[in-house]
Design a protein around this ligand. Structure first.
Ligand code: NAP
Ligand code: ZN
Length: 354
């Protein structure tokens, strides 16, 4: 399929506003598949990217966001053997890598020097990559995972970025033979999946939230073991030195001292929230207790497939709000004011792109 036109919603500038946009899909090669996009999750990174907050000097407008893409395969290249027309597949934040380096060969391809992001990047053929807020997409088969029939496609969407972002760093705490005490800081898209995943791994899970508003949902719907309000000094004091890890999903500036104090000796602060400003901590907060701050970027294709399969095996359910494409500007506004339980998923195939 050459030069097929896709209908999408794009940002034209850094205002945060999207509007309808059409563009030509890149030409397909023998390893590529054409997808009809069914659903796409809305991640806070989409908003950071649209606003040019993460790398403003290289932001490419018009920019079609979306990297939690679930689509139906409608066309296959001659070399694609692991998928067939009609399959439901998932695409996350990465759509290209060198395929040869040590990182690519050890399931760490998201850290490859030649990694290509799903949107706001250049593909090998020089075309600008565009994401899943679009009726169709061309994808190299290596960057698609199988979505089992038992998993509803709208449920699968948030796993492809938010879910794997929590799963990949939490995986390292599995199977150590003792009770792992974990904290999930920020109960949004990534955070709520972090709670579900950490519970599925058998951890003792505490939600650390900026207010009391989500306490009942966290305890009753997401089955967290405990809930801590980050501004409540007496609750915080009681929890000092009690966590093996804290998964920090907060997208806005927050000093790290409090959270480092909550970690046990040798505990880890796993930073996944892409705060656009410099973060802040005292060296002694890490030194006294041999504590670590580490970052983690989404997960590998292997992690993504494992997570999708885990979801089906354990019968897990994420909490999503399905909306049509023309709701996207409202969805961004609501996400920004912390008014989503807990992930918007766009019904792309069911939307009108006029
Ligand atoms: P989200 O749905 O907006 O959730 C963020 C949560 O952080 C909110 O629900 C809120 O939880 C808490 N929060 C505290 N202070 C906030 C503030 N000033 N503004 C907004 N939220 C605040 O976002 P998300 O989609 O989960 O993404 C979270 C962050 O992770 C973003 O920065 C995103 O770019 C990043 N991310 C990184 C990766 C990666 O690979 N590392 C992948 C995906 C996303 P409470 O109400 O509980 O306080
Ligand atoms: Zn590589």
């Amino acid at each position: 399929m050459v030069g097929t036109v896709a209908n999408a919603w794009a940002a034209r500038d850094s205002s945060g506003h999207l509007s309808p946009y059409s563009f030509h899909l890149r030409e397909t090669g023998p390893d590529d598949m054409v997808l009809r996009v069914l659903y796409c999750g809305v991640d806070h990174t989409d908003l950071h990217q649209v606003r040019g907050e993460l790398n403003s000097s290289t932001t490419k407008y018009p920019l079609v966001p979306g990297h939690e893409v679930v689509g139906e395969v409608i066309e296959l290249g001659s070399e694609v053997k692991n998928f067939k027309v009609g399959d439901t597949v998932g695409v996350g934040g990465v759509i290209g890598c060198c395929g040869e380096c040590s990182l690519c060969n050890s399931n760490l391809e998201q850290y490859c020097n030649k990694m290509i992001s799903t949107y706001n990047h250049l593909y090998q053929d020089g075309t600008t990559t565009q994401g899943g807020f679009s009726s169709a997409m061309v994808i190299h088969h290596r960057f698609a995972v199988k979505i089992p029939e038992k998993l509803a496609p709208e449920q699968a969407a948030p796993l492809l970025c938010a879910g794997v972002t929590a799963y990949s760093p939490l995986k390292q705490f599995m199977g150590t033979g003792k009770t792992i005490k974990g904290g999930i800081l920020g109960l949004g898209g990534v955070g709520h999946l972090g709670v579900i995943i950490a519970k599925a791994m058998g951890h003792h899970v505490t939600v650390i939230s900026s207010s009391d508003k989500k306490r009942v949902e966290a305890m009753e719907h997401l089955h967290a073991d405990s809930f801590l309000v980050s501004t409540n000094q007496s609750e915080i004091k009681q929890a000092v030195n009690s966590f093996d890890y804290i998964l920090d999903t907060v997208p806005a500036f927050h000093p790290l001292e409090t959270y480092l104090s909550l970690l046990k000796a040798q505990g880890k602060l796993l930073v996944v929230g892409a705060v656009p400003q410099p973060l802040q901590f005292l060296a002694s907060d890490m030194i006294l207790g041999k504590k670590a701050i580490m970052g983690s970027f989404i997960g590998s294709m292997k992690d993504m497939q494992e997570l999708v399969d885990l979801w089906v095996e354990k019968g897990l359910t994420s909490m999503i709000e399905v909306v049509k494409m023309d709701y996207i500007n409202k969805a961004f506004q609501r996400m920004e004011r912390n008014d989503v339980r807990y992930r918007f998923v766009l019904d792309v195939a069911g939307s009108n792109f006029e």
